[in-house]
Design a protein around this ligand. Structure first.
Ligand SMILES: Cc1cc2nc3c(=O)[nH]c(=O)nc-3n(C[C@H](O)[C@H](O)[C@H](O)COP(=O)(O)O)c2cc1C
Length: 192
């Protein structure tokens, strides 16, 4: 017989992100963040390659990233609105964890599976933060996909990229539930 964990299931059935712009102080201390990072690192990983790592961005670091995003947006010729949107999460954020996908050469594990694993780490981190009582939100934005930003702001190597910025803080407003997928539309049952 299976052994249910109703509290865990209830969490998964009701979890939802809290928009980054509604997150405030306090943010988790380094000690409080450790179990959250530990839970995130306990994620499926084909071949035990550990194709990810964390960069914890505290407030001053986020402000620096905002400046880099602004300069990078200018040099790319992006328009002002685009630049402002790209840097907002850094200008306004209090604490974020950048989940970095670290592609590892492997004869057995294709790159796409390492990408999937990094995505799984992002969700695990998000959920662990939410389960710890924090508000949290997974963001990307154009800087997350820009090589120049990755190298200048975060010092990433060529085999690394940003899987996500997970913002964590204190919830100031409870967001309404959003529409969820219609299971009948996305589920196919195959019996034979
Ligand atoms: C890879 C990825 C990148 C995202 N980037 C952004 C973003 O840059 N800006 C944004 O407003 N939402 C972004 N989102 C969506 C937010 O995370 C949103 O809060 C989330 O989909 C809400 O889902 P939930 O209510 O099930 O937690 C992104 C989601 C994913 C999976």
């Amino acid at each position: 017989m299976p052994t249910p964990n109703p509290d865990a299931l209830q969490f998964l059935l009701s979890r939802r992100s809290r928009p980054a712009k509604t997150l405030s102080v306090p943010t988790p201390t380094r000690d409080e963040l450790m179990p959250i990072l530990t839970a995130a690192a306990r994620s499926p990983d084909h071949g035990k390659l550990e194709p990810w790592r964390f960069i914890v961005l505290e407030r001053a670091a986020l402000r620096r990233l905002g400046e880099v995003a602004g300069a990078r947006g200018q040099s790319l010729g992006r328009n002002e609105a685009d630049i402002a949107k790209g840097r907002q999460q850094f200008d306004d954020g209090q604490l974020a964890v950048a989940v970095i996908e670290v592609q590892t050469p492997s004869e057995k594990i294709p790159p796409i599976e390492q990408t999937y694993s990094a995505g799984a780490v992002c969700l695990a981190l998000l959920n662990a933060a939410l389960a710890s009582g924090w508000g949290a939100n997974w963001l990307s934005g154009w800087p997350a996909h820009d090589r120049g930003f990755a190298e200048t702001a975060l010092g990433l190597a060529t085999h690394e990229r940003v899987a996500g910025f997970i913002h964590i803080g204190t919830e100031t407003a409870s967001p309404p539930e959003r529409p969820r997928p219609d299971l009948a539309q996305i589920t196919q049952w195959v019996s034979e």
